[in-house]
Design a protein around this ligand. Structure first.
Ligand SMILES: *[C@@H]1O[C@H](CO)[C@@H](O)[C@H](O)[C@H]1NC(C)=O
Ligand SMILES: *[C@@H]1O[C@H](CO)[C@@H](O)[C@H](O)[C@H]1NC(C)=O
Ligand SMILES: *[C@@H]1O[C@H](CO)[C@@H](O)[C@H](O)[C@H]1NC(C)=O
Ligand SMILES: *[C@@H]1O[C@H](CO)[C@@H](O)[C@H](O)[C@H]1NC(C)=O
Ligand SMILES: *[C@@H]1O[C@H](CO)[C@@H](O)[C@H](O)[C@H]1NC(C)=O
Ligand SMILES: *[C@@H]1O[C@H](CO)[C@@H](O)[C@H](O)[C@H]1NC(C)=O
Length: 512
């Protein structure tokens, strides 16, 4: 069937300001959509997208701007998002109730591996902010001073104060240690310390009967076959981590690459590399969901672990983040937390001024959050079901979202790098098997930047990024979001629709 669209060799993308950018179609990709919900479609939970805060740095986010950005995400979701408050700094914190500062860094360098002493005001951020969200908190295992058993005083100080500050209904989970494979030599030793931490927490809090523990939080390096070698999820369950039947989540961490080498196409915009690395998580995901009957989450994630080239933190990181999250959910991952702290270049936003990274500002990867929320859908009829449609391409990926038996949304990501110079190419994507669609039309929203991977967004470098026509900025809206939500109508003929997808762009097609 000819769709009569062959004259559309040049797509004119009209941006919010009316400025247009052109992309030339140089190839066509057919996408054969499943005609019925596949039996293995993963029922991804509504609270999949998540913001991660490195634990000792939470007070840096105690402001309206940060609250607004979390609320902007929450309002697009059907349930409250879950903030992950954890990390290495949280494993070694101490507490001094007489300290007036929220946090005191014991010695430089004050990064995520530094020792901090917390004061009572640390917990204000949990009490006063982020009412639109729940949180996962963390029991410190104190690997520096010896872990057997975890220091009772510190476990109580953090968990009890954080739990009470949030209120029981906003506590989603309590993590038992962080990246424990760095310091627990085997599963038995971890389970022994986890049990001691559970006993300590149970002695001071009534946590109820529902599953609440998050276990392992295994370091990314270990899963990918580097040091430290992890023990498997099965090892931990065999050693008795779930004897109380209250393990809610098994968590592991994921960084796409170390960030030491410049390279956008090779490391960030490389679907083949993503598939290879995520493949290493499959045994953990399968054991957790099929045998342990718990949820598997990636509780600390990022594109580059460090940053050797600022371009790694711009729009390429946004495109990496949406592709990574959709691929992860198609494999059975229940949540992804994108990690940040105020001075990390790859953060979702920089909360204030006077830091190593200029701020306050929204950074490019933030745009991945509203995109993911919209792919999940807020008002969903029936169970969600997400499926990866393998296009066998290193730069093009596609995913479908079912609601119950019905295909509701399709996302396509074009990872070919367009860095803002020269001519922009585009792929004409032909989606087949759409069936009968109301009004013979579907709608498309675009995650777009005129400057491609050179865009950091308005606050970062005045090169705008838009998701469905909308933007987030400190300067323009204090994180509340602005711009008119825009979707474009696309004709469906005999169950097929064609969309021109420029390089370095992602889109969601809405069928209803
Ligand atoms: C970029 O976004 C800012 C903030 O919304 C806006 O003022 C500006 O006009 C936009 N520029 C372009 C070229 O769209
Ligand atoms: C923060 O938000 C609150 C509630 O909306 C408002 O009352 C307060 O003035 C805001 N503070 C600043 C510094 O903008
Ligand atoms: C446990 O932590 C407390 C408070 O931070 C500290 O005073 C104490 O010495 C620690 N105990 C051990 C055995 O390290
Ligand atoms: C805090 O102050 C109280 C009252 O002065 C004192 O008894 C207690 O030892 C102090 N605690 C710490 C950890 O310094
Ligand atoms: C993408 O990653 C794969 C697997 O790691 C690698 O073999 C390939 O060379 C990478 N592609 C580019 C363009 O660097
Ligand atoms: C870009 O496109 C224009 C118009 O089609 C063409 O004349 C020019 O040669 C192209 N430039 C490059 C570098 O391909």
């Amino acid at each position: 069937m000819q769709l009569g669209l062959d004259v559309f060799w040049v797509l004119v993308v009209v941006t919010a300001s009316g400025v247009s950018a052109q992309a030339t179609v140089t190839s066509t990709q057919a996408v054969s959509l499943p005609t019925a919900r596949p039996s293995d479609a993963f029922n991804v939970p509504a609270d999949f997208p998540s913001v991660g805060f490195e634990l000792a740095f939470l007070p840096g986010y105690n402001n309206n701007f940060s609250d607004n950005l979390v609320a902007s995400l929450a309002q697009r979701m059907g349930v409250k998002p879950v903030l992950r408050i954890g990390g290495t700094s949280g494993d070694i914190i101490k507490y001094n109730p007489n300290q007036t500062e929220a946090t005191h860094c014991v010695k430089e360098p004050c990064n995520s591996a530094a020792e901090f002493i917390l004061g009572l005001s640390y917990f204000n951020a949990l009490k006063q902010r982020f009412k639109t969200a729940k949180a996962s908190i963390q029991a410190p295992f104190d690997p520096i001073h010896g872990t057997t058993p975890p220091n009772r005083t510190n476990v109580i100080a953090y968990v009890q104060n954080a739990y009470n500050a949030l209120g029981a209904d906003r506590v989603d989970a309590i993590a038992l240690g962080n990246e424990v494979n760095w310091y627990e030599p085997d599963a038995a030793s971890y389970v022994k310390d986890a049990q001691a931490a559970k006993d300590t927490i149970n002695s001071v809090l009534s946590i109820g009967d529902s599953p609440i523990w998050e276990v392992l939080d295994t370091a990314s390096e270990g899963i990918k076959g580097e040091n430290p070698a992890p023990y498997t999820v099965k090892d931990a369950f065999d050693a008795g981590v779930n004897t109380d039947q209250k393990v809610e989540y098994v968590a592991e961490h994921y960084y796409q690459f170390d960030g030491k080498t410049p390279g956008i196409q090779k490391y960030l915009l490389n679907h083949t590399d993503l598939k290879v690395k995520m493949g290493k998580y499959k045994p953990s995901i399968d054991y957790t969901t099929n045998t342990a009957k718990a949820r598997f989450i990636l509780s600390e994630t990022g594109g580059p672990l460090g940053v050797s080239d600022d371009r790694q933190t711009w729009f390429a990181n946004t495109l990496w983040a949406v592709n990574f999250q959709m691929y992860a959910m198609s494999m059975g991952v229940s949540r992804v937390s994108l990690v940040q702290r105020p001075e990390a270049k790859r953060s979702l936003w920089i909360p204030s001024a006077g830091l190593l990274v200029p701020g306050p500002r929204v950074q490019a990867p933030y745009y991945a959050l509203p995109f993911m929320a919209d792919f999940l859908g807020k008002s969903v009829s029936g169970e969600r079901g997400v499926v990866n449609i393998d296009l066998n391409s290193p730069v093009l990926s596609a995913y479908t979202m079912f609601e119950g038996p019905t295909l509701a949304r399709i996302a396509v990501v074009n990872l070919r790098e367009y860095d803002g110079t020269g001519n922009r190419s585009a792929v004409k994507v032909r989606l087949n098997n759409l069936g009968t669609v109301s009004g013979n039309k579907v709608q498309v929203g675009r995650l777009h930047a005129d400057a491609g991977t050179a865009a950091g967004g308005w606050d970062m470098n005045q090169k705008n990024i838009t998701w469905g026509g909308q933007q987030w900025s400190y300067e323009a809206d204090q994180g509340k979001g602005h711009g008119v939500a825009t979707k474009k109508n696309i004709q469906v003929t005999d169950g097929s629709a064609e969309v021109v997808l420029p390089d370095s762009e992602a889109m969601i097609m809405y069928l209803k």
